[in-house]
Design a protein around this ligand. Structure first.
Ligand code: ADQ
Length: 477
């Protein structure tokens, strides 16, 4: 430990995963995934620290260094993992913020635990932050931290970013603890969202629930101004672009196609196994294309990769059974010796293998019922310097705001999904290239570096003075 830090990240999980070597010794490895990739370099440059849970229940660890980052573990008991993480975060907030596509659970015990754990994160951050430090809190598991931290350390500059959608007022309104959550977020100087719509839902809620006036992006409290703004997250475009040009990835992509029986079209889905991702909807559409003869036998293979996720939450266990039943049915009806239309994998994949799959896929199918952004769509685009490939993308993914040249679909409309999947499969190379080129321009310009630096620049820049409040209209914004 080098003492207190002038820059802190506070997130549910630390930026590292523990791996056990064959000889039984434990070591840490930087976690894969966008957030860590984006933030680790900033943290290293600013000599910052990362506060978060290390992933094992009932274990206390001392702060340690890894990969030039200082890591401060926050302990959680097994009961807290159940009530705070699986409970309030993933059985209450997650479905509530995703258009209630599954019914949220409202349980006082879960809420109490969420509050208690948020307090612990706030205390850990308060103890680790230097005078006037900048603290960036991440995501829906920690929405009470900004206000708790401000109370402990009014000298800090606090930012918050929500990775999932912020729901419309009428949905949020159901939450028995709605006021506490909104007040929690208002402890930040800057609250970031994926889309302008989320930011505007939040401002509207502050007005309706707390009677706070706002003007433009700013919400006026008695003594402070809270800025709200959209910062669409992105991927490390150039790293992926470089990776897929490497001979071993190109060779692997060719090999995958052969292993799949060299069909004319390879369609791909890559998701955490989550009911918000619309996996069932896309498989249903694909099954119907086989059934009604739009696709001839052997013409197309759908590879669906579903990373195991939140397996102790009931809703996720049911989903897994449903998907596996559906895959079995479709394959049962349409497979023949040597041909299986859906290749389903309930596994996590290494970075290189995933890149090779993206490169192989002629059509990427991303059909969430609601998604904050969806990085998979942007990863696919980053992997296609060959300008080949069509992206079928749900209108309900945040990414649809930027990737207008995708084959946009309403995932609730099975005919629409079928039609757009067919359009992507039947498109000419010229048409695919035209769309892909524009989307690549967008993702390469707004990459993950830009996301992090725009957020931090906004957090560093001063907001308006509270005096401006007088001119803030109740209805403007
Ligand atoms: P997620 O809901 O997890 O993220 P997404 O944005 O698609 O969704 O990110 C998933 C990540 O996991 C991608 O980087 C993908 O490559 C990786 N991944 C998926 N399946 C995998 C597999 N089988 N093996 C290995 N890696 C796999 C939340 C929000 C999103 C928001 C992100 C970032 O729900 O809307 O885009 O945070 O803010």
């Amino acid at each position: 430990m080098t003492g207190r830090s002038s820059f802190l990240i506070v997130a549910n999980r630390l930026a590292v995963d523990r791996t056990i070597e064959p000889d039984g010794t434990a070591s840490w490895r930087r976690s894969p995934g966008g957030l860590v990739t984006a933030i680790a370099p900033v943290l290293q440059r600013r000599h910052g620290a990362w506060v978060g849970w290390h992933g094992a229940a009932d274990e206390r660890l001392k702060p340690f260094e890894h990969d030039g980052m200082e890591l401060i573990p926050v302990p959680l008991t097994a009961e807290e993992v159940e009530l705070y993480y699986e409970g309030f975060s993933n059985a209450t907030l997650w479905p509530l913020y995703h258009d209630v596509v599954a019914p949220p659970v409202f349980e006082r015990e879960m809420w109490e635990c969420y509050r208690r754990v948020n307090e612990r994160f706030a205390e850990a951050a308060a103890a680790a932050a230097d005078d006037g430090a900048m603290v960036w809190v991440q995501d829906y598991q920690l929405q009470l931290v900004p206000a708790m931290l401000r109370k402990l350390r009014p000298d800090l500059r606090i930012g918050f970013f929500l990775h999932i959608p912020f729901p419309p007022v009428e949905l949020f309104w159901r939450l028995p603890w709605r006021k506490d959550l909104v007040e929690g977020l208002l402890g930040a100087d800057l609250v970031g969202f994926q889309l302008p719509g989320g930011a505007s839902n939040f401002r509207m809620l502050c007005r309706r629930l707390l009677g706070l006036p706002y003007k433009g992006n700013e919400i006026f409290l008695d003594d402070r101004v809270v800025r709200t703004q959209a910062f669409p997250i992105s991927v490390d475009f150039s790293a992926l672009d470089t990776l897929v040009r490497e001979p071993h990835i190109v060779a692997r992509a060719k090999e995958i196609r052969v292993e799949l029986g060299d069909p004319e079209h390879v369609l791909l889905g890559v998701d955490r196994l989550d009911y918000t991702k619309g996996i069932g909807q896309r498989l249903e559409a694909f099954g119907e294309l086989l059934k009604d003869g739009s696709l001839s036998p052997g013409e197309a293979v759908f590879v669906q990769i579903a990373t195991p996720s939140r397996e102790r939450v009931d809703e996720y266990r049911r989903l897994r059974d449903d998907i596996e039943l559906q895959v079995g049915r479709i394959n049962g009806e349409h497979a023949s010796l040597g041909y299986q239309p859906i290749q389903y994998f309930h596994q996590s994949y290494a970075h290189d293998e995933l890149a090779a799959l993206y490169l192989t896929a002629d059509v990427m199918v991303v059909t969430p019922l609601r998604d904050g952004m969806n990085l998979v769509a942007k990863e696919y685009i980053s992997c296609h310097h060959d300008l080949h490939g069509g992206l079928v993308l749900s209108e309900f993914a945040g990414a649809a705001d930027e990737l207008r040249q995708a084959y946009l679909v309403n995932p609730y409309d099975v005919e629409d999904v079928k039609r757009q999947m067919m359009s992507a499969m039947r498109a000419t190379p010229h048409e695919l290239a035209r769309r892909m080129r524009t989307m690549r321009r967008r993702v390469s310009t707004y990459d993950v570096d830009r996301w992090a630096s725009e957020f931090l620049t906004a957090l560093e820049s001063p907001a308006s003075q509270p005096a401006t409040r007088r001119s803030a209209s109740w209805r403007s914004g």
